[in-house]
Design a protein around this ligand. Structure first.
Ligand code: HEM
Length: 413
């Protein structure tokens, strides 16, 4: 039981441990009568708090997601919290807001995900999948992250918003810089070097969309930026800063996360050939279950935080305003009280009430449907064109307390 003796899920080095050890640690935490408290270690370029209670059972995560009167998203859902100046410069993110600001902003940005917009995206998504897989086929064995996952998910979000083709290379470069910055967080020297590039990339992404918003206010088109930047019948629209902040959220939420999920999909289907065979034996019958099982098993976002705003008891643990509660989606998704054989990867699992897109509540992932379509379309194209696709070497993970990220995925076929 050495794992338990020095267990500290708040420290980055815990996340460097082998997956089986981490799973054992969370299984132990789930067995505890009450949520366990963890003190906050110091992290460079972030605000260090007092610490947090770990919501590790499925019921904990559902309760903290659902009960907004007790569990608030502001000031920030990431733990540790970013310094205050970030908000002043970039504007606040939808994820960090509560009603009524959140309700207003979510109502506006939901236009981007309206059925009409999703329908228009379908044909484009298919063509992007064909191009990405053709690139991989042409390049020969290589890194799936760079050749397919990042390119595909970046194009899909750019298509969604209506970012012109001529900006795509630049956007992709900036996305890579922001991802690389996350990858070096554990290395202070590397972090400073990459912090400069990350800042340049973040400003580049933000300013590009603010500029496009201005253009489309003058000359509206039939695209999402126009729909967000121009007022609707109730006079509601996004300001330039809000548009910029929304795009920055989409870079993490809508490009990075689905990209890592695609890499996990390829890894899981390679490591479980019998599940892959089953999927490919009748793709249409199995893909929906497979997608849910991939996101449950991979839990692409590991954790998000809530701040307590009213006295409450969470599974016997008294909470007071100001307390922090961190929801561990990875743990809730392996809760043995909810999932039979939770460590088994089974694409026929049903029901599968995973919380990978968040628990039920006002912040449930806006892009969940889109993410599922991306996985469905890309995996079909991938295994049709390259049926022999498999791992050439084990995936290289990015060590992070926040997400289950894949830095490189060498594949061959
Ligand atoms: C497999 C891929 C994805 C996963 C695992 C994922 C997961 C999540 C999670 C856990 C949340 C927070 C829920 C909460 O706080 O209760 C979230 C929020 C969000 N996601 Fe996703 N997401 C994915 C893909 C996407 C895509 C493709 C988009 C858009 C293109 C997107 C846009 C958003 C937005 C805008 C929010 C904030 C919603 C709000 O605060 O009201 N996500 N996502």
């Amino acid at each position: 039981m050495t794992v338990i003796a020095d267990l500290d899920i708040a420290r980055l080095d815990f996340w460097e441990r082998p997956a089986a050890e981490r799973a054992e640690a969370f299984a132990w935490l789930r067995r505890q009568e009450r949520p366990v408290f963890f003190s906050q270690p110091k992290v460079p370029l972030a605000r260090s708090g007092r610490g947090f209670y770990a919501a590790v059972r499925h019921t904990d995560v559902v309760e903290a997601s659902r009960n907004a009167a007790v569990f608030a998203n502001s000031p920030a859902v990431t733990n540790p919290e970013p310094p205050k100046w970030v908000k002043h410069i970039y504007g606040d993110s939808l994820e960090n807001m509560d009603a009524p600001e959140h309700t207003r902003l979510r109502r506006i940005v939901s236009r981007a995900f309206a059925p009409r917009m999703m329908q228009r995206l379908e044909g484009l998504m298919q063509r992007r999948a064909e191009t990405a897989v053709a690139e991989l086929a042409k390049a020969g064995p290589g890194d799936f992250v760079e050749l397919v996952a990042q390119t595909f998910t970046t194009h899909v979000v750019c298509d969604l918003l209506g970012i012109p083709e001529e900006h795509r290379e630049k956007v992709l470069g900036w996305v890579r810089d922001t991802v690389e910055y996350q990858a070096v967080r554990s290395d202070p020297k590397g972090m400073l070097r990459h912090a400069v590039r990350n800042t340049r990339a973040t400003f580049g992404l933000r300013n590009l969309v603010i500029g496009l918003g201005k253009e489309r206010r003058r000359e509206p088109g039939d695209d999402v930026i126009s729909a967000l930047a121009n007022a609707d019948v109730n006079g509601e629209r996004l300001t330039g800063t809000e548009l910029g902040a929304f795009f920055l959220l989409l870079v993490v939420a809508g490009i990075d996360t689905p990209g890592h999920t695609l890499s996990h999909a390829v890894t899981l289907l390679s490591e479980h050939p019998e599940q892959r065979e089953l999927l490919l034996s009748d793709y249409d019958a199995h893909i929906s279950g497979a997608v849910d099982e991939i996101v449950r098993y991979a839990s692409p976002i590991t954790q998000l935080q809530r701040t307590v705003v009213a006295e409450h008891e969470l599974r016997g643990q008294p909470l007071v305003p100001g307390d922090k509660v961190v929801m561990f989606y990875n743990s809730a998704n392996r809760d043995e009280q909810v999932f039979t054989d939770p460590d088994v990867f089974d694409i026929t699992r049903g029901p599968n009430p995973h919380v990978s897109f968040g628990g039920p509540g006002a912040h449930y992932c806006l892009g969940a449907h889109l993410a599922k379509r991306e996985l469905t379309v890309l995996l079909r194209e991938l295994y049709t064109r390259l049926p022999g696709l498999r791992l050439a070497a084990p995936p290289v993970p990015m060590v992070s307390t926040f997400n289950n990220a894949v830095r490189r995925l060498p594949v061959t076929f």
